[in-house]
Design a protein around this ligand. Structure first.
Ligand code: PLP
Ligand code: MN
Length: 379
């Protein structure tokens, strides 16, 4: 062409190591390292004190650097919710992954069976069709898989509902040399965000009781359950003390999102906010409004709007790329254009899935930039 196109400028990074937090280009997802490290240490210490295995869920962060930090502190491995989600974790060196979910597609079973040649993998089943699929895929790949039979302890999502169904599945698993019954998965998601501490304790006790009944019935039939896995950030303090679980799989505790922050904690297992979204005031709008550069494309709002961190402002409305803030008191001074505002996201898991990287900082200085490598891997 007669007039060559001018070279496009490259998109500058949101931040570089050593930058001041105030200079980060927004919206950007931040990890406050001191709080994050205290969260990891606190959960590991609680699991160690209870003599239980900690297998943190990676669906909360999708970030291999976080899993490696947990394993370095004593976690036995990780959970993933999807087979594809596990790929970047295997690539980063994680060697023990539980897929805490059921799969029925042959392509997924084939991928899982091949991944099981690289790392120890387990997966949940609640139907004989899944067992047959996994038997065929592992036979084809020449690999082995540990199977967890998922039981429904009240969430009414996946899982079988009685001991007879567990035994029917055991009969299907037993003849397959490449499949091993590893134990039960008993996860009750609907109790995690019950606000009252006593209410949550009671609900967790009921879930643990249902789990214990199944374990006892299997023991009477001569079937030991090597591992009983389950629990989330809202129930973990009760799960650790239940005497039923041998392994817990909390995920969100690393960040303590806004939704978990609204739970009441009476015991010691309360975690600190470590995840923030950095945003910038882009318009003073009119009236009392302050408009920032982050809405639905930077933040999940399914569990409530974000909280404004350290300023008497409320985030009152989210559109795609804008957030509307209002002062809590009408007489408050206005934040000038360019002011950096930190938000605490309401729900960490889907928020992380919107971002490519996590900007880790300490004392106001960027210390590391961690890829959210499993972002978007939902298959
Ligand atoms: N285990 C399973 C099976 C889950 O589905 C979840 C979350 O939904 C968790 C563990 C972790 O829960 P949380 O991130 O709330 O700690
Ligand atoms: Mn969640």
């Amino acid at each position: 062409p007669p007039h060559p196109l001018p070279q496009l400028p490259a998109l500058p990074p949101a931040a570089r190591i050593g930058d001041a937090l105030a200079d980060v280009d927004t919206p950007a997802l931040l990890l406050e390292l001191d709080a994050f490290e205290r969260n990891l240490a606190k959960m590991q210490a609680a699991a160690d004190a209870a003599g239980m295995a900690l297998r943190p869920h990676a669906k909360a962060h999708k970030c291999p650097s976080i899993s490696l930090a947990q394993i370095e502190r004593g976690a036995v491995g990780i959970c993933c919710q999807k087979v594809s989600e596990a790929l970047p974790f295997v690539a980063a060196g994680v060697r023990d992954i539980h897929v805490s979910n059921e799969i029925v597609a042959p392509a997924k079973a084939a991928l899982l069976a091949r991944l099981a040649l690289q790392a120890r993998f387990s997966v949940c089943v609640d139907d004989q069709q899944q067992v047959e699929l996994l038997a065929a895929a592992t036979a084809e790949a020449g690999s082995r898989l540990d199977l967890f039979i998922e039981i429904n302890i009240g969430q009414d999502r996946c899982g079988v509902s009685d001991v007879a169904a567990v035994q029917r599945l055991l009969e299907r698993i037993a003849p397959r040399a490449q499949l091993r019954f590893a134990g039960l998965q008993a996860y009750q998601g609907s109790i995690q965000h019950l606000r009252g501490h006593a209410e949550r304790r009671l609900a967790a006790a009921r879930a643990a009781e249902r789990t214990a009944e199944v374990v006892a019935a299997l023991a009477r039939a001569g079937v030991p359950c090597p591992v009983v896995t389950g629990g989330g950030s809202g129930s973990v303090e009760f799960d650790l003390a239940s005497g039923v679980y041998t392994e817990v799989q909390p995920g969100s505790y690393v960040f303590m999102d806004g939704d978990y922050g609204r739970n009441e904690y009476a015991g010691t297992l309360r975690f600190e906010h470590a995840l923030f979204l950095a945003t910038t005031v882009i318009s003073s709008g009119g009236g009392e409004r302050t408009i920032i550069d982050a809405g639905l494309k930077s933040l999940a709002v399914d569990s409530g709007l974000p909280e404004v961190w350290g300023a008497p402002l409320d985030y009152v409305a989210a559109s795609d790329e804008h957030g509307t803030l209002r002062p809590r008191e009408a007489t408050a001074a206005r934040a000038p254009l360019g002011t950096q505002i930190l938000l605490v996201p309401g729900h960490c898991d889907p928020t992380l899935n919107l971002h490519d990287e996590l900007i880790a900082y300490r004392g106001g200085i960027v210390e590391a930039i961690w890829p959210i490598a499993a972002r978007g891997l939902s298959r």
